[in-house]
Design a protein around this ligand. Structure first.
Ligand code: TRP
Length: 331
C-alpha cells in the first residue's frame, strides 16, 4: 500500500510564485509517489477572515489555483475541510488529550500575546479560541486520514510536532496504536524565493509576483523589481541578483548559462535582465493562467470537484473516528 501524504491549504490572499515553487509544485510532485490528500483549510481561515464574501471567493480562487497548477482530482483526493464533519468530531476528541500548556507554547499564539504586551494591551486582546486551539484542529486534519507525511514549510513544523504529541498521548492512554503518528516532510531544498524587493516573497511584505495576473500586469510587476545603481556597461554578478534567482526557477539550463554569461560580460542593463525574466515567467504562467480563468468561469464545476473529493474522503474519516470511539468507550 502506498503511504499517505496530506496537506492543508489556507485560503488567504493571492497565490504568488513563492507559493507555487515553495508549496504547490513540491506537493504535486509528492502526489506521484504517495496517496495524496490535499484540502482547503477553510475553517482555519475563519479564525481571521470574517467577511463572508471574501472567504467564499478566496476558497474558490485557491482551489482553482491548485487545479490550474496541475492537481489531478482523479489522483489526489481534493476537498474542503468544512465538508468533512468527522474532522470536527475528532477535533473535539483530541481536545481531551491536549494539554493547555502545549497550546500556550505555540509560536503563532505566543507571537500574538507578545504583540499585545508590547502595545500595552490586554494579552488576550484579539485572540479567539480558534487561534488558541489552531494546532488541535490541524492535528485532527492530519490524523483523521492516517497520514504518514505532511509536506509543509518550516513555519509549520511545530504544528506537526504537536500533532505527534497529541496522537501519542491518545495511544499511550489506550496502550495501543489507535491513531497514526504523522511525520513532517519539510521542503529543505527549495531555494528561498526572493520578492520584488529582494526579501523573501511574502504577501505580508507586499513584494509578491502573483500567479494569475494578466500579462500586462505581470510585466509591470516584474519591471518594479528593485535593482542597484550599476550601469549598463558594468559586469554583474548573477548570484547577487534577485532577477537572476527568479530567472533560474523558470529557465532551461542552457538559458540559465547564457544569461549568466551576459551578466558577467557587462553591456546588459537591468531593464534587459527584467525583459528576459518576463519572457520566461510568462511562458510558464500563460497556460496556467488560461486554465485558472476557465476554472473560475465555471464555479459549479469547481464545486462539484470539491464535493466529489469530500465523498471519497468521508468514509476514510469515518473509519478513523469509529476506531477512536471504540477505543474510548463511546461506540
Ligand atoms: N496551518 C497550515 C498553514 O498555515 C494550514 C493547514 C491547516 C495544514 N491544516 C493543515 C497544513 C494540516 C498541513 C496539514 O499553512
Amino acid at each position: 500500500m502506498k503511504k499517505i501524504s496530506l496537506t492543508g491549504i489556507k485560503p488567504t490572499g493571492d497565490l504568488h510564485i513563492g507559493n507555487y515553487f515553495g508549496a504547490i509544485k513540491p506537493a504535486l510532485e509528492l502526489a506521484n509517489e504517495y496517496d495524496a490528500r490535499y484540502f482547503i483549510a477553510d475553517y482555519h481561515a475563519l479564525n481571521t477572515m470574517k467577511d463572508p464574501k471574501e472567504l467564499n471567493t478566496t476558497i474558490r480562487q485557491v482551489a482553482a489555483g491548485w487545479l490550474a497548477s496541475g492537481l489531478d482530482p482523479e489522483k489526489v483526493i481534493f476537498y474542503r475541510q468544512s465538508s468533512i464533519p468527522e474532522v470536527f468530531e475528532l477535533n473535539a476528541m483530541l481536545m481531551a488529550f491536549t494539554a493547555k500548556g502545549l497550546m500556550n507554547r505555540a509560536h503563532a499564539y505566543k507571537a500574538a500575546v507578545q504583540d499585545n504586551a508590547e502595545k500595552g494591551d490586554d494579552t488576550d486582546a484579539g485572540i479567539n479560541m480558534g487561534l488558541f486551539t489552531y494546532p488541535v484542529l490541524m492535528a485532527a486534519d492530519i490524523i483523521i486520514f492516517d497520514s504518514d507525511v505532511v509536506p509543509v514549510g518550516k513555519d509549520q513544523v511545530q504544528h506537526i510536532e504537536m500533532a505527534q504529541d497529541i496522537a501519542q498521548s491518545v495511544n499511550a492512554n489506550y496502550g495501543k496504536q489507535v491513531l497514526k503518528v504523522p511525520q513532517a516532510a519539510v521542503q529543505e531544498n527549495t531555494a528561498l524565493i526572493p520578492g520584488l524587493d529582494g526579501r523573501k516573497m511574502s504577501k505580508s511584505y507586499g513584494n509578491i509576483i502573483p500567479l494569475f495576473t494578466p500579462e500586462k500586469q505581470l510585466r509591470k510587476t516584474i519591471m518594479r523589481i528593485t535593482t542597484n545603481s550599476q550601469t549598463v556597461e558594468e559586469p554583474k554578478n548573477p548570484d547577487e541578483s534577485q532577477i537572476f534567482q527568479l530567472y533560474k526557477l523558470f529557465a532551461e539550463p542552457q538559458e540559465e548559462t547564457d544569461l549568466a554569461n551576459r551578466y558577467r560580460a557587462g553591456g546588459m542593463g537591468w531593464g534587459d535582465a527584467k525583459e528576459e525574466l518576463f519572457r520566461v515567467v510568462d511562458r510558464t504562467l500563460a497556460p496556467i493562467r488560461r486554465r485558472y480563468d476557465e476554472i473560475m468561469a465555471d464555479i459549479p464545476s469547481l464545486d462539484k470537484i470539491l464535493k466529489q473529493g469530500a465523498e471519497k474522503a468521508r468514509p476514510i474519516a469515518q473509519s478513523t473516528i469509529n476506531r477512536f470511539r471504540k477505543a474510548a468507550g463511546v461506540d
